[in-house]
Design a protein around this ligand. Sequence first.
Ligand SMILES: *Cc1c(COP(=O)(O)O)cnc(C)c1O
Length: 232
Amino acid sequence: MTDFAHNLEAVRQRIAAAARNAGRAPESVALLAVSKTFPAQDVRTAHAAGQRAFGENYVQEAVDKIETLADLRASLEWHFIGPLQSNKTRPVAERFDWVHSVDRLKIAQRLSEQRPAGMAPLNVCLQVNVSGEATKSGVAPQEAAQVAHAVAALPNLRLRGLMSIPEPEATLDAQRAPHRLLRELFDALRADGLALDTLSMGMSADLEAAVLEGATIVRVGTAIFGARDYSH
Ligand SMILES: *Cc1c(COP(=O)(O)O)cnc(C)c1O
């Protein structure tokens, strides 16, 4: 059994150092542990080390894990962060606490319709394509305001903010540029009256750049669980 406590502590230290450099409180940045491809037992181990929020990318894998870990459900927060096809929204609407990867209005409408009565509204972020043509997922920055207002009006969702997955860059300055763009968009939407509180940006390789630009959730997989194996 791998002990993730050391890795989690190292990531928390990186977040805290970046927050201090940015003049921010370390507690203003939440850590989402991205457990995709790793077994339920690894989530259980990280949970025992104090981690509460977990991110998953694949619907069936996530549903299996959530079921296996049903005994921990009350103290786990499940975040869906992967590409979502419209015919796969129902299990996500029924089981998750958050969806970061809303990339078109139709997905948001289905999630809202399928969110069971009696559950809290589903927290969602609008995914924005901040790297231009290099990546395809996410709404274009110039369309974000229109889509965000439409998503915010849906009854069973709570639009919390914006999410992005920029192209990898080697230097801190290059990493900061797309994160800054997302934060400027976020500031503009807030100035326009949307009550947003979440900027989901930054992964294992660029979390410092993201925290410097205002990330409130960083999504970290490799630095916690190790390299992913996609062979099975
Ligand atoms: C896999 C994944 C991550 C984690 O990436 P690492 O580089 O392993 O930290 C974060 N966000 C999304 C959307 C992902 O798919």
